[in-house]
Design a protein around this ligand. Structure first.
Ligand SMILES: [Zn+2]
Length: 400
């Protein structure tokens, strides 16, 4: 047969085994004991003793092209930062610059172990082009708003992008209303209808700021989740991001509807000095995924850092130590993200997408190689990823 195998400690949300993963075409063909590898006649074998093989991490909320703004206006208040730094630069961007910065941001996410990104930004055509070129699995939505006058956020442009890309290879277009206070109820209803017809995910910033919640209350007398429900968006295709100002009853409604919440703890603490009570969300059985958000403010698109930060910050909101086991945090970055996006990925099982990472654990910070969930969440950095496999293809191999 053609194909290749990855050997090492195989770690996914369900189990830890030592063995070999056989990859052929774009899926995992089999998981076998190392001693049986010879029977498969694969072309190449990678990894070995002291290697970890894990599912690729799913970065469920990014704005990759915003790598251009990394560190700029770092200490300004959010409004001033947007008005003085971000918006003027965005309005002047050329196509060439967008392609260049989308590539920088996507490469960064990829090199650090994100096999899938869920991106929300303007210039979605360019970002999709770069994702295809780099071989990254990407859900991409063109950000739209109609309550705020911003030329790049024209709703027609969003619909045009969505229809043009349909499902093309590794790129899946999403519908990306900006937030509950920047998009009208009418436009939300239109988006809900299109999502219902096509099955597309709807990716929206949700209760990210206090101002968003009070504006929605003033306009409609509703909470942000109440507004989504009225618009017909509260269902399993909804991916809400942040949720730092949602009430417990809003979280319950999201959980009941089968929607997903993307938790971005670094961004939340840095921009809002606030975060969600992750323990409570898991107790409600709400599906939670993790996201790096934008390289400004979060500094780096590294999903390992987000797992670690989520674990540490969760103790503060839960008011106790060890609030979330490392395995659960790893689950959010793998099966949680896969469920949010409707992907058969995130587990090392035959038939699952061959989106995998090979981690070289021949380093001091992986000793002792025993509690691997803890090592993945608290000791690994993106730079420890030696090989990135997406859709059965080796996209990064730092050894060559
Ligand atoms: Zn965002």
């Amino acid at each position: 047969m053609k194909g290749f195998a990855l050997v090492g400690r195989l770690v996914d949300y369900r189990s830890v085994r030592t063995g070999a993963v056989i990859v052929e075409d774009n899926v995992i063909q089999a998981v076998v004991p190392v001693g049986k590898l010879g029977e498969w006649g694969v072309d190449e074998v990678y990894g070995g003793k002291n290697y970890l093989v894990i599912p690729g991490l799913i970065n469920a909320h990014t704005h990759v092209a915003m790598a251009r703004f990394r560190g700029l206006g770092e200490d300004l208040p959010t409004e001033e930062w947007l008005e003085k730094i971000i918006w003027p630069m965005e309005l002047e961007w050329t196509r060439k610059e967008i392609l260049e910065w989308a590539e920088i941001g996507l490469k960064e996410a990829l090199m650090n172990g994100s096999t899938t990104v869920n991106d929300h930004y303007f210039f979605a055509d360019e970002i999709a082009e770069v994702a295809e070129k780099l071989g990254v699995r990407a859900f991409i939505g063109q950000t739209v708003m109609d309550e705020v006058d911003f030329p790049l956020a024209n709703p027609e442009e969003g619909f045009r992008f969505f229809k043009r890309w349909k499902k093309s290879g590794l790129v899946t277009p999403t519908l990306a209303p900006h937030a509950t206070n920047t998009v009208s109820l009418e436009l939300m209803k239109e988006i809900a209808e299109l999502s219902r017809e096509t099955g597309a995910r709807v990716h929206i910033h949700l209760a990210q700021s206090r101002a968003e919640v009070s504006e929605v209350k003033r306009r409609y007398g509703l909470s942000p989740v109440g507004l989504l429900e009225r618009a017909g968006l509260l269902n399993e295709r909804l991916i809400g991001v942040h949720g730092v100002y949602l009430s417990d009853s809003d979280f319950e409604r999201l959980a009941k509807a089968g929607s997903s919440l993307v938790h971005c703890p670094t961004s939340n603490v840095k921009l809002e000095a606030r975060t969600v009570n992750l323990r409570k969300l898991l107790d409600l059985s709400l599906n939670v995924a993790l996201g790096n958000d934008s390289p400004n403010p979060t500094g780096i698109l590294d999903p390992f850092i987000e797992m670690r930060t989520a674990g540490i910050v969760a103790n503060l909101t839960a008011g106790r130590a060890h609030a979330i086991p490392a395995r659960e945090l790893f689950g959010m970055a793998t099966v949680g993200g896969a469920r949010a996006l409707g992907l058969k990925a995130g587990l090392i099982e035959p038939g699952y997408l061959a989106d995998l990472l090979l981690i070289n654990a021949n380093k001091p910070w992986f000793r002792p190689l025993e509690n691997v969930y803890s090592l993945i969440v608290y000791s690994t950095r993106g730079s420890d990823v030696e090989m990135v496999i997406i859709n059965g293809k080796i996209v990064i191999n730092t050894k060559t």
